[in-house]
Ligand binder design. Sequence first.
Ligand code: CIR
Length: 253
Amino acid sequence: MLRAVTRSVSPSIGHCELTHVERVPIDAARAAVQHTAYEAVLIDAGCTLVRVPDAPDQPDAVFVEDTAVVAGGIAVITRPGARSRRAEVDSVEHTLREFIPVVRLEAPATLDGGDVLRLGDRLFVGTSARTNDEGIRQLRAATGLEVIPVPLTGALHLKTAVTALDPETILYQPRWVEPAQFGSVRAVEVDPSEPFAANTLRVNDSLVLPAAHPRTAERCAPFVPGILTVEVDELAKAEGGVTCCSILLDPEG
Ligand code: CIR
């Protein structure tokens, strides 16, 4: 069964890192309620939850995706690009070790899991402000997979700009990525009225996406077996979406 690794919302989330989003007050209790609903959706989609211990003093700790990349039968523990987030990885590594072999990226590598998009056996990695060439090199060496750098402008992470509906279909925001870079895939554009809608999460037969993006959900519906929506607008104030709140551990690899 697919495992989803998650971690609770920190009460300090209001002090999170922000890059492209203006800082507004974040209601940590409301964010926590939305996170619980997100976990319930993952369970509905067929996942078993595995929780990393709470990290109340780490504002961005809920965004576990950035701390590990699961591919090639291993979990690559990242070295996040934001210095304030580097301490998040130890507890994630400790949790993942129970289920899968782990390898750590070492300085001067930096890489955020949000920059890594898997399409079949290929890993596309956004060359964002968080991920450097050495991070990409070490990811390639650790996984043994084809790892392809993708230039990215205007978005925090590659998966802010593009995600996979399935291994042959991407959903993308044309302002931030060029679909031809992903090879001969079918490319679905987000609805222009929903600029942040490219961040979706395929879990078994369900595509999980924010309730705030109904028009993009309609565009995706013909290409996926089912759609599950969840309110995550409070987490979005911390520049988080639906991919970033989990690490999926697939027993099939
Ligand atoms: C950060 O800037 O690192 C967090 N406030 C948001 C991280 C979101 N992560 C993701 O989309 N993978």
